[in-house]
Write a protein that binds this ligand. Structure first.
Ligand code: SAH
Ligand code: SF4
Ligand code: F3S
Length: 439
């Protein structure tokens, strides 16, 4: 290898969309140090695992993946292995102890220090929560993947739900200032992006500095909707207690804001919601959904659920099923409770695994039923579809509808990035089929 041959970087991303965004930014930061990304771990000079600590399985996966890198490291002693993300933050030096092949551990708030860290000799670790905003110190975004992009507007969480590691791994809620976000959004649009998803662990708790003081998410969305060429806006993930009037109204008033909202409720039992420290009741959630639907009647709702939280009785679980029946979700993620070290809920006795399995199974069956019903209800309707890639069949395009359904359309002359009007003609189990309406 000559001195200036580019070094190859392999990144594996676990967990949430915020990690996807962070991985892109880390790739760019290392790009400035001469790294180009590769999809093949075997040819990499550096392997970076951007990890997730949310459930035990997610965290343990990282260790088994590190174990599998051992032969690679033996064959290529210069190979650098880095662990980033929420496991890095939560476990820090423990990772170096358990996995001596790791060279570098970097927490989510220190990614701007990564370029120096890779040049350091020996093992390095940085899990600080520095004052400065990492995104201000990372290079501009270059690589884009198609017409959609994520934009992190807020990070961290002050909610401290009793089961959750995020407040510990990502730190306190911090909102990025409005002008930086508008500049980043304009730059994305100038390079072909037509849909932006605003990201944050508590995105609707956004309160970034803008003209005249702190702006809420509704105001930020209204301002972004004014960017010429930006056709679609979404945001995720929200907490029910931060859905303010202005944001709800924006769903009825801003055409670019798409009719889909992920609003995790976790449980439909007031007793369990209280034990989870969610700070709202099932009834309050239902009333909130009513207000959102009044603003945007065709909005599709999705949620996260945890089953078998410590102390959850059959009655509590039935309350959750009742809430699901009442809301009628278009989609949902559901998980068995996983005890996380350091969280208050981890102190409490866990429920038997078989019970958790049975509840998860029942809940998922109900959600699947509702998901299919929502898909079927789209048949005959006209929706926008933003083409993201070519389909598997010749002449086929695949994109997302306004309601975030995957839609296949036979459209041989179309290009990726086109936003077209489509009539939905068929609902399959995982995607819809549409026919393009001629403009
Ligand atoms: N507000 C966050 C939620 C992050 S975690 C966001 O921005 O996405 C995503 C989901 O994981 C949560 O909504 C919850 O349903 C689930 N989850 C979190 N901690 C969990 C745990 N200890 N066990 C099982 N599921 C958990
Ligand atoms: Fe975790 Fe709750 Fe914060 Fe979501 S709101 S990140 S579930 S502590
Ligand atoms: Fe996982 Fe951290 Fe995201 S724990 S879900 S990667 S914020």
């Amino acid at each position: 290898m000559t001195e200036d041959a580019p070094k190859k970087l392999f990144i594996k991303t676990y967990g949430c969309q915020m990690n996807v965004y962070d991985s892109e930014r880390m790739a760019e930061a290392l790009g400035a140090k001469g790294y180009v990304t590769t999809e093949v771990a075997e040819e990499a000079d550096m392997v970076l695992l951007n990890t997730c600590h949310i459930r035990e399985k997610a965290a343990e996966k990282v260790y088994s993946d590190l174990g599998r890198l051992r032969p690679l490291k033996q064959a290529k002693p210069d190979l650098k292995i880095g662990v980033a993300g929420c496991v890095a933050q939560a476990e820090g030096e423990e990772i170096l102890r358990r996995m001596p092949l790791v060279d570098l551990v970097v927490g989510p708030q220190s990614y701007h220090r990564l370029p120096e860290m890779v040049e350091a000799k020996g093992k390095v670790i940085d899990t600080d929560f520095p004052e400065e905003d990492k995104f201000d110190h990372l290079p501009e975004r270059k690589a884009l993947r198609g017409p959609t992009a994520f934009l992190t507007v807020q990070e961290g969480c002050d909610k401290f739900c009793a089961f959750c590691v995020v407040p510990y791994t990502r730190g306190a809620e911090v909102s990025r200032p409005v002008p930086r976000l508008l500049a980043e959004a304009r730059d994305l649009v100038s390079r072909g992006v037509r849909e932006i998803t605003l990201l944050g662990q508590n995105v609707n708790g956004y309160h970034g500095e803008g003209e005249g003081g702190a702006w809420g998410l509704g105001r930020l969305i209204r301002e972004m909707a004014g960017i010429e060429g930006l056709e679609r806006l979404r945001y995720t993930t929200s907490h029910p207690n931060d859905m303010d009037d202005d944001l709800i109204a924006a769903h009825g008033e801003v055409p670019q804001l798409m009719p889909y909202l992920h609003l995790p409720v976790q449980s439909g039992s007031d007793r369990i919601l209280k034990a989870m420290n969610r700070k709202h009741t099932a009834e309050e959630y239902l009333r909130l959904i009513e207000r959102i639907r009044a603003a945007r009647p065709d909005i599709l709702l999705s949620s996260d659920f945890i089953v078998a939280f410590p102390g959850e009785t059959d009655r509590d679980f039935e309350d959750t099923m009742d809430l699901i029946r009442e809301v009628r979700f278009g989609a949902a993620f559901s998980f068995k409770y996983s005890a996380r070290p350091g969280t208050p809920a981890a102190e409490k006795p866990e429920l038997p695994a078989e019970l958790a399995d049975a509840r998860l199974h029942a809940l998922q069956a109900l959600i699947t039923e509702q998901q299919h019903a929502a898909q079927k209800a789209m048949v005959g309707r006209q929706v926008g579809v933003l083409y993201e890639k070519a389909g598997r069949l010749p002449g086929q395009m695949v994109g997302k509808s306004d309601h975030l359904h995957a839609v296949h359309v036979q459209d041989p002359t179309a290009k990726v990035g086109e936003l077209v009007q489509v009539r939905i003609v068929e609902a399959g189990p995982n995607s819809l089929r549409g026919e393009r309406l001629q403009p």
